[in-house]
Each structure stands twice: as structure tokens, then as C-alpha cells.
Design a protein around this ligand. Structure first.
Ligand SMILES: Nc1ncnc2c1ncn2[C@@H]1O[C@H](COP(=O)(O)OP(=O)(O)OP(=O)(O)O)[C@@H](O)[C@H]1O
Ligand SMILES: [Mg+2]
Length: 269
């Protein structure tokens, strides 16, 4: 029985406008680790690239009803959400149609609230999700604004490289703007360092700088660079199913545990 019967889920946007930093890898494997610890979880693919959907082996024909239809108000989430091979884990797939949504929404009403409205309508008592994770595109466009408007918190995968902090301050300013206008209760779930290579001095330096700058907002768990994490999507499964013992999978299990602990502490406070 899911833990969350009758309560609303914790909705977390996985965001970084920089491409290729590990958003999708984090969304897929964190969602899997949460589901594996008996938390009913919905992964929402909000990227026209559809990488999260591909990562679960969802073929194009299974995506004919997609998150695009939901954003355009032509379908509800209940029409598009599918089961994955991971018990307790569900997926709202995306396809390339989503690339047109921003333009098509230019004159649309509640255009920043489309996802929020759909989630509110869907996540009623009978769904009983514990977590919803939203895999965002590498941009601060209207789709990402929809994710930030719909979410309780923001999780930022950050690759330890030279320009990381610069991109982060732009992202944090955007989060602040959304908090001041569209979603006052948006909070920071945390920054997670990804593709970390401890032999690289620059990576260590960036980690120290990020921890100095953000303190407790940085997860203790660091995701190492691990080839198994990049191989798994080619087999249409999360790394946690592909090889649950590899260092990457173990790191995502530990990230999920840290996130659950943090949320239990907040609930108790
Ligand atoms: N910890 C890791 N170790 C090794 N490879 C990784 C790791 N995390 C991600 N990758 C690989 O790096 C590439 C980019 O990762 P991913 O797709 O998760 O990033 P993204 O931020 O979602 O990208 P985009 O901005 O295009 O959506 C992928 O090929 C992925 O398999
Ligand atoms: Mg991605």
C-alpha cells in the first residue's frame, strides 16, 4: 500500500537550462529508487526530446497520447499516463509534438498553469501518488515555467565544471521570479552534483564552491561519472534495473534515501 493514500504528492521539477547535465538520468533513476522504496511515483516527461520516455523503452506508437495533449488541454493526465516495468512507477510520455506547444500557447489562457491544472485534476485521492518528478527541457521556456508553477520544489542536477555556478545563478533568479509571481510556495529541494570525477581537481574545486555558496541546499550524495548510467537507456530501462549494483545506481538509491529523510524531517517540523 502506498504511503500517501489520501494526501497530495510532493511535486519536484528537475531543472537546469544547461543541456546534458544529467536531468533525465536523475529523473529516471531517482523516480525508480523512490518507487523501489514503496513510494508511488509519477515521472512526467516535459521535454520534446522525450529522453525519459525512451529511457523506459516506450516506443513512438505508445506516445501518440502524450503530455503535449495535456498541455494543450486536449486530454487529461489519466488519458496519457502509462505503467512502467517498475512496480509503483508511472510515466507521462512526451514526443516531438511538444516542441510546438510554446508557440501554440502564445495566446492561450492560463498558459503558465496548464500543467498545474492538469496535475490538480489528476492527483486526487484515488491516485495516491507520493512523488511526481518532472523532467524539464534544457531551457527556461514556457514548458519549464509550467513545471515550476506546478511544483512544490526544484531539484537541480549540476555538473561540476567551470561555468556551472554562472548558469546556476540565472536558474536561481528564474526560480525567484516564479516564486514572486506564479508560485509563492516553490522551494529548493536541492542541488545534486552529477557526473562527478574525484580525480579531477576542477570538479573538487567546483564542489567546494557550490557547497560554500549554497550550504544545506546541496545534497550530500554526489552522483559519480559511471558508464552504466549512460548505457542503461539504450536497453530501455533505468540503470537501477539494468545493474543495481553499479556505483551510479547505488548513488541514486542514496539520493532517494536522502530526499525521503529530508521530506520526513520537514513534515515533522
Ligand atoms: N553520472 C553519469 N555518468 C556517466 N554518464 C552520464 C551520467 N549522467 C548522465 N550521463 C550521460 O550524459 C548524457 C546527458 O545526460 P542526460 O540526458 O541525463 O542530461 P540532460 O540534462 O537530461 O540532457 P538534456 O539537457 O539534453 O535533456 C547522457 O548520454 C547520459 O547517459
Ligand atoms: Mg534530458
Amino acid at each position: 500500500m502506498p504511503e500517501n493514500k489520501g494526501k497530495s504528492p510532493k511535486i519536484i521539477a528537475v531543472v537546469n537550462q544547461k543541456g546534458g547535465v544529467g536531468k533525465t538520468t536523475t529523473a529516471i533513476n531517482l523516480a525508480t529508487a523512490l518507487a523501489a522504496t514503496n513510494h508511488k511515483t509519477l515521472l512526467l516527461d516535459l521535454d520534446p526530446q522525450g529522453n525519459a520516455s525512451t529511457g523506459f523503452g516506450v516506443g513512438q506508437q505508445e506516445r501518440s497520447d502524450s503530455i503535449y495533449d495535456v498541455i494543450m488541454g486536449q486530454a487529461g493526465l489519466d488519458d496519457v499516463v502509462i505503467e512502467t516495468d517498475v512496480p509503483q512507477l508511472y510515466l507521462a510520455p512526451a514526443n516531438v509534438d511538444l516542441a510546438g506547444a510554446e508557440l501554440e500557447l502564445v495566446d492561450g489562457g492560463r498558459r503558465s498553469h496548464r500543467l498545474q491544472d492538469a496535475l490538480l485534476a489528476y492527483c486526487g485521492e484515488d491516485q495516491a501518488y507520493d512523488y511526481v518528478l518532472i523532467d524539464c527541457p534544457p531551457s527556461l521556456n514556457l514548458l519549464t515555467i509550467n513545471a515550476l508553477t506546478a511544483s512544490d520544489s526544484v531539484l537541480v542536477p549540476l555538473q561540476c565544471e567551470f561555468f556551472a555556478l554562472e548558469g546556476l545563478s540565472l536558474l536561481l533568479r528564474t526560480v525567484e521570479r516564479v516564486r514572486n509571481s506564479l508560485n509563492p510556495s516553490l522551494s529548493m529541494e536541492g542541488v545534486v552534483l552529477t557526473m562527478y570525477d574525484g580525480r579531477n581537481n576542477l570538479a573538487q574545486q567546483v564542489q567546494d564552491d557550490v557547497r560554500d555558496y549554497l550550504g544545506d541546499d546541496v545534497f550530500q550524495t554526489v552522483i559519480p561519472r559511471n558508464i552504466r548510467l549512460s548505457e542503461a537507456p539504450g536497453y530501455g530501462m533505468p540503470a537501477l534495473m539494468f545493474d543495481h549494483r553499479c556505483t551510479g545506481s547505488q548513488a541514486y538509491i542514496s539520493l532517494a534515501a536522502e530526499l525521503i529523510r529530508k521530506n520526513k524531517r520537514l513534515q515533522a517540523a
